[in-house]
Design a protein around this ligand. Structure first.
Ligand code: TYD
Length: 215
């Protein structure tokens, strides 16, 4: 069985990840590949329960470390039970948020030491990282505006943070991408979704041999 591939999508609130993941899934499936889409926090029954603690407004304020450990707990379930098995079966796994979200949100925005987050991840989650991370770039003001007018009734607990918090998330992502240019694929997210999708596909094909393509 061919080796699978793990691709993550990251970006600030309202960067259009869901739409782009669906478009990439359809493209890869049209090439005859087996694709699964998943998300964090979530992706497993336990992960979905943890998600509701993390994002529920009724929870109020959580300590940054509590938030981090819950993110890592749901990721442990997700990685071991969903992501690794699928990749080893030769599937393409497209994941809405993963490790870099913990770095950007709990690290850069909440103020926990990013190096410590990286170390814990390496120790307990075998440091498993994606072959490619698509970073959808949108100014925090614009992203929040989109997320908050996207038809959902209520903002979740993290989305409701102040603009400054979301600016730190944005800067954090840029700093992560600067340090790992070979893993990150940066794509501007404020245009026509079809054109954005074409840019993502073109960028991926340069980094990952997508079967059925030109190579
Ligand atoms: P979600 O509704 O999926 O938001 P989005 O559509 O923007 O992806 O909520 C996920 C939220 O969880 C989002 O605010 C980012 C946050 N998050 C972290 O803070 N750390 C993490 O490690 C992960 C995976 C997500």
């Amino acid at each position: 069985m061919a080796k699978g591939c793990f691709i993550t999508f990251e970006g600030p609130e309202g960067s259009g990840k869901t739409t782009q993941i669906a478009m990439l899934r359809d493209f890869l499936a049209s090439r005859g590949l087996e694709v699964i889409t998943t998300r964090e926090p979530g992706g497993t029954p336990a992960g979905d329960r943890i998600r509701s603690v993390l994002l529920g407004n009724e929870i109020g304020c959580l300590e940054p470390e509590t938030e981090l450990f819950l993110m890592l707990a749901q990721r442990t379930e997700h990685l071991r039970k969903v992501i690794l098995p699928a990749v080893s079966q030769g599937k393409f796994v497209l994941c809405d948020r993963y490790f870099d979200s913990s770095m950007a949100y709990q690290g850069f925005a909440r103020g926990l030491d990013p190096q410590k987050i990286r170390d814990i991840h390496a120790q307990f989650l075998p440091g498993f990282l994606p072959e490619c991370t698509v970073l959808l770039q949108i100014a925090p003001e614009q992203g929040l505006e989109r997320a908050r007018h996207g038809g959902r009734k209520q903002h979740d607990r993290i989305e409701s943070e102040a603009l400054d918090f979301h600016r730190r998330v944005f800067d954090g992502y840029n700093s992560l991408a600067r340090n790992e240019p070979e893993r990150f694929l940066l794509v501007q997210a404020d245009g026509d979704p079809l054109q954005i999708s074409h840019k993502i596909i073109a960028g991926l094909e340069k980094r990952i041999p997508v079967p059925g393509g030109k190579e």
